[in-house]
Write a protein of this length. Structure first.
Length: 707
């Protein structure tokens, strides 16, 4: 149905056209005098138009319109003796009101217009006989009455239909919301016991078991992890379906992302005769801005899909970068396999929710059928798109494009080499040393402090570490030491980094106003740079800290006279002893046995130093952040809950526990918004998972110490 204003305008145009036709007819048959007299009928219409602009209540406008139309039409038609046209105009007005579906006004209009026409038949029959035979006029009346009854029923039907459609729309919306809530609650209720099953299976796997028992435990672990994966897919789908999925854009390192993805897929392929081939363009920017978690999820979904349906041959991951200027471009990704392929009739089901294709050729494929649908929706939320081609029995190709912003445009030069030691020598070189530099690091999280301290040691200096903003301010105020640069965590309890910086800048000394202050943040999202600079910070460094980024920051802000260039190829790590390789291998085996972390990511975050990483794991395992989180949860203190969740997120990401770090990030966001419902629904599961991670790390550290 047309909106009220549209029907009103159309009806006015229609009515004016009828009046103009009347005037033309009158001018041709009766002369100019009668024509001018008939034109007086325009006056009520013009008044209606003016009223339409001043009064917004629909019923008043329609009522004034039809009354003025009845009067004007009667006057004009009577003057030029066209009773048939009069009834047509009356009927046109009725049609307009009927289309507006106002049953009450339609009935009112029908009665008033019928009364006018009947009154004419009673009191003006002599005049009517001069225009047309009375029998014809009676036929007009009968037809008009029939038309009015029809339009009254039509208006009633339209209104009832509209009302039913509105009710169905509300019902559909309520059903959609109920379904999403049910899926979320069901998934939550299942996940709680499943986490317990996973944890107990992990404990059993660490005991001395027979071959058969070990196989049983491994089956339990794989099955429970598979079910948890399905639950996570259902949760993601329910978020997308209800419009609650959020895209969080942050800085991320392309090489780190791809390495994490390939490590997972290579593990899945270890028992298959399938080769994983990578064709990754070396000119892809080193650091981009986007939702790393969702991009990783999409890549893993597509590659897992290829693994499921490929039994021999190869899976190829091809990634190219199409630059669109210096600060943005498009990632074009292609996943090609030599699997069973997809028939033409199944292609339409690929990206539909729960739309699993016919798997008669591969009965062992598991899952909800949501992976591709989720990937499609996530890509659309991020401004990208996905498509697929396939030939049955020969394989499939899934491709997607995704716009990304660029933070660091230097080429990533990714090499598909998963040997940690080689990568340490390959990637973590620095361009200068600064042994005389005085650097302060401020962070309330001990793990973050240790990571930053150890990475900065590679530049030849030992930084001063401080765990709160108040002490940092006092150090600058006292000015007992002249620091060259301060690295300031932006989110700390009591006095955060922004407030500390503003207080430092407010001091009278020139030193306090000019010392470079670099924000340390795990929330490198859009607009954050301006926020930090407005507070008086000079720059920011995203966490986890990467050596190449730190190298650039130090080079930019440290005094030039304190920078000593490193000769190409010079290494700053100690030369390993003859038995170091064996020791490293044992440590690596233990580290990779820790469930929930990616040691390669963690070692990379520590500047490639395994010993530092192990020390950071020790600090992480002795952290009391869980107690703080529980305390603020019990007190419903969401502001401080947010601060602790932020700290947990940073610590988890530093050690390579990205999944738990992402969950901490979601709790941090919920704390920031005051979303108590989300926190209470997810806090217990998160805390159990976090404590389980700490327990696993503690056991691994004990094993490393024993060896």
């Amino acid at each position: 149905m047309l909106p009220f204003s549209t029907t009103m305008v159309l009806s006015l145009i229609e009515f004016f056209c009828v009046v103009v036709l009347h005037v033309i007819y009158a001018f041709g048959h009766f002369g100019i005098e009668e024509t001018l007299l008939s034109a007086i009928g325009f006056i009520p219409i013009l008044l209606t138009v003016l009223l339409f602009r001043l009064v917004k209540k629909e019923s008043i406008i329609i009522r004034v319109f039809y009354i003025s139309m009845l009067i004007a039409s009667y006057f004009i038609s009577w003057k030029i003796q066209t009773l048939g046209m009069l009834i047509m105009v009356y009927f046109a007005g009725a049609l307009m009101i009927a289309l507006h579906s106002n049953r009450k006004l339609m009935l009112e209009y029908s009665i008033v217009s019928a009364v006018i026409l009947i009154a004419m038949a009673i009191f003006q029959m002599d005049a009517i006989d001069q225009v047309c035979p009375s029998q014809i006029y009676y036929i007009y009346l009968i037809l008009y009455a029939f038309g009015m009854v029809t339009l009254v029923f039509m208006a009633s039907g339209i209104k009832n239909y509209k009302q039913k459609m509105e009710e169905k729309q509300v019902e559909a919306q309520n059903a959609l919301e109920a379904k999403s809530n049910f899926l979320a609650n069901m998934s939550h209720e299942i996940r709680t016991p499943m986490n317990a099953i996973c944890g107990m299976a992990q404990l059993l796997s660490e005991r001395e078991l027979g071959d058969e028992e070990s196989e049983y435990v491994e089956t339990i672990q794989k099955s429970s992890e598979s079910l948890l994966s399905i639950i996570n897919e259902i949760l993601d789908f329910s978020k997308i379906d209800s419009g609650k999925m959020e895209i969080n854009e942050e800085e991320y390192h392309f090489n780190s992302l791809i390495h994490d993805v390939l490590s997972i897929i290579e593990f899945r392929l270890k028992d298959k005769s399938v080769k994983l081939i990578t064709e990754i363009n070396p000119n892809i920017p080193r650091i981009m801005i986007g939702d790393e978690l969702r991009i990783r999820q999409i890549l893993i979904n597509l590659l897992n899909n290829a693994v499921n349906f490929t039994h021999r041959g190869s899976i190829t991951l091809k990634i190219v970068w199409v630059a669109q200027g210096n600060d943005k471009g498009v990632l074009e990704v292609e996943v090609k396999d030599t699997g069973i392929g997809i028939s033409e009739e199944n292609m339409g089901k690929l990206f539909k929710a729960f739309g699993q294709i016919d798997t008669r050729k591969n009965r062992n494929v598991e899952g909800t059928g949501l992976g591709l649908a989720i990937s499609k929706n996530l890509l659309e939320l991020m401004g990208g798109g996905i498509w697929a081609t396939s030939t049955p029995d020969y394989g499939s190709t899934f491709s997607f494009s995704l716009p990304q912003k660029v933070k660091d445009g230097r080429p990533s030069n990714y090499k598909n080499d998963h040997n940690i030691v080689v990568r340490q020598n390959d990637e973590f070189k620095i361009s200068f040393k600064a042994p005389t530099a005085r650097v302060m690091i401020v962070d309330d999280n001990k793990v973050n402090l240790l990571v930053a301290f150890e990475i900065m040691k590679r530049f030849g200096f030992e930084a001063t570490t401080i765990d709160n903003g108040s002490e940092a301010f006092n150090r600058i105020d006292e000015h007992l030491v002249t620091y060259d640069i301060i690295f300031m965590d932006h989110m700390m309890p009591f006095m955060d980094g922004v407030e500390t910086t503003m207080k430092i800048r407010a001091l009278d000394s020139q030193y306090a106003k000019e010392i470079p202050i670099i924000a340390l943040t795990a929330n490198a999202i859009k607009g954050v740079e301006k926020q930090f600079k407005d507070a008086g910070m000079n720059d920011y460094l995203s966490k986890p800290i990467h050596v190449d980024q730190l190298n650039d920051i130090l080079k930019r802000w440290l005094p030039l006279e304190k920078q000593i260039r490193v000769v190409d190829g010079e290494e700053m790590k100690p030369v390993p002893s003859s038995n170091a390789k064996t020791k490293e291998q044992r440590e690596e085996d233990i580290l990779f046995s820790i469930k929930g972390i990616n040691p390669e990511t963690g070692i990379r975050n520590c500047g490639g130093n395994r010993n530092v990483y192990i020390q950071i794991l020790r600090t992480f395992s002795s952290s009391n952040l869980a107690a703080g989180l529980e305390s603020y949860y019990e007190d419903s203190d969401w502001k401080n809950y947010e601060v602790i969740a932020h700290s947990v997120k940073g610590a988890c990401r530093n050690i390579g526990a990205n999944d738990i770090g992402e969950k901490a990030y979601q709790l941090e966001l919920a704390g920031k918004k005051g979303d108590e419902t989300f926190i209470r629904a997810n806090h217990k599961d998160f805390l159990n998972e976090y404590k389980e991670l700490i327990s696993s790390i503690t056991k691994a550290i004990i094993q490393i110490n024993v060896h």
